[in-house]
Design a protein around this ligand. Structure first.
Ligand SMILES: [Zn+2]
Length: 91
């Protein structure tokens, strides 16, 4: 009897692939929707300020990464725009 219980307790259960793939698709859909809604994020180089200072803080210059805008396109939106430009070029 105890051997039977031990065997059923350690029996391998198959991974719930349907749930895993569903959760992954849901997360991907959420990311795409958020990229459509908020296409910009703050510039990581200047942290959204649009300018950078020297280490001593005396000289400020326009951020070269975002050209002073303080924001940049998100990766998902950049990929989307790339696909859109290819699609538009094909028409
Ligand atoms: Zn910047």
């Amino acid at each position: 009897m105890t051997l039977f219980l031990a065997a059923t307790a350690t029996a391998e259960r198959p991974l719930p692939w349907g749930w895993l793939i569903g959760a992954l698709l849901l997360a991907a859909a959420g990311y795409v929707a958020s990229c459509a809604w908020w296409p910009f994020t703050h510039c990581s180089r200047c942290e959204g300020r649009g300018k950078r200072s020297r280490s001593d803080g005396k000289v400020w210059r326009v951020c070269r990464s975002c050209k002073g805008a303080g924001k940049r396109l998100r990766v998902g939106r950049r990929i989307w725009n790339r696909f859109a430009s290819v699609r538009d070029a094909s028409q």
